[in-house]
Design a protein around this ligand. Sequence first.
Ligand code: PMP
Length: 389
Amino acid sequence: MTDRYSSYNERLDDLRASGVERTLPDLDLAGKWVRHEGRTLLNLSGNGYLGLSDTSELREGFDPWSRQWTSASSRLLTGNDKAYRDFEDLLVSAYGAESALVWDSGYHANSGLIPVLADTDTLIVADRLIHASIIDGIRLSKAEFTRFRHNDIGHLRSILAEKAHSYAKVWIITEALFSMDGDIAPLREIAKIKREYPNAFLYVDEAHSVGVFGDRGLGLSAREEILDDVDVLVGTLGKALGAVGAYSLQKKVLRSLIVSTARPFIYSTALPPITVAWAAHLFRKMMEMDDKRKHLYHLMSYMGVRLGMTVYSQIIPIIIPGNEACAKAAEHLTDLGFYVRPIRKPTVPEGQERLRLSLSADMTIDELSTICDHLLFLRGGLSPIRLIP
Ligand code: PMP
């Protein structure tokens, strides 16, 4: 008799053999530190860019006991607590948007929104490096899909010139700050191109830029003053803010369509009111954290100078081609007291394997100075480590 599970075992063996099996690390989180295998390490692998720890200062002004802690159901049934409405009102007034919608995750926002926006008469033109959740949203839609080379405005322009007239709608999709490369989309130029096409719309995922860039930390579309050109903006609450969930900003007509037809929105349990109220509380505080943002910018410039590379943001990719070499370098840094994870194929293309260093506002120059020493030593001592120039 054949083993019922043999095909699953074979598949897992294949993943293992090609070095792309993923496993969950055992960690305890403690602010900017993680405890891992009995050691305390500086966490350079998270997305908590503002370095918010659960301190009494952060809790000030938040009364958890006045909130419901348990979840109810989808927002369309009984989940739509006042906490949602209050948060959405706050987002509308912060951004000057027509409407806001809070989601349970950025993954659900991207995979739920795009099928609502794009139908068979739609062409989606997206940056080559967009996040998996956007790709899944595109796959679930019935739209035609093509990609432009990463941050290549000329390529975007030529695709639109060739194809835009054949479709009723064209959605241009980009991240504002790219999660694996740490570089920034040329948002002003993209907005300008969009304005040239009466059937074009612009979708910007600000997952990694909210909290870090722009007036009050509202992100890069705010910094570049193109909010009026962005038809859908997605921000996430689980990164700089250290909460969970996401929000989208859009015209009221789109919000009504989303509420009526976005499957992940309709068919999933709403976050409990306490979670939403806490995220709103953090968002309110985040808008006042200019000091933390300033310190983070200081850390970014320090890293650029020390490593001799262009640092665009708090995410710094150190390219180490090859899954094995990259894993080895990460292990080495872990031995030295830094929690750095290798980002390997298939998350990034082959040859682009990397250490993704992620800075947060609670780090100090001294701590970063030490990791720079080690990285520079690695560059000198281990080939083929290569820092992006
Ligand atoms: N967009 C981007 C660019 C992301 O990096 C992520 C998370 N890694 C998401 C969306 C998904 O957000 P969430 O974690 O809230 O599901």
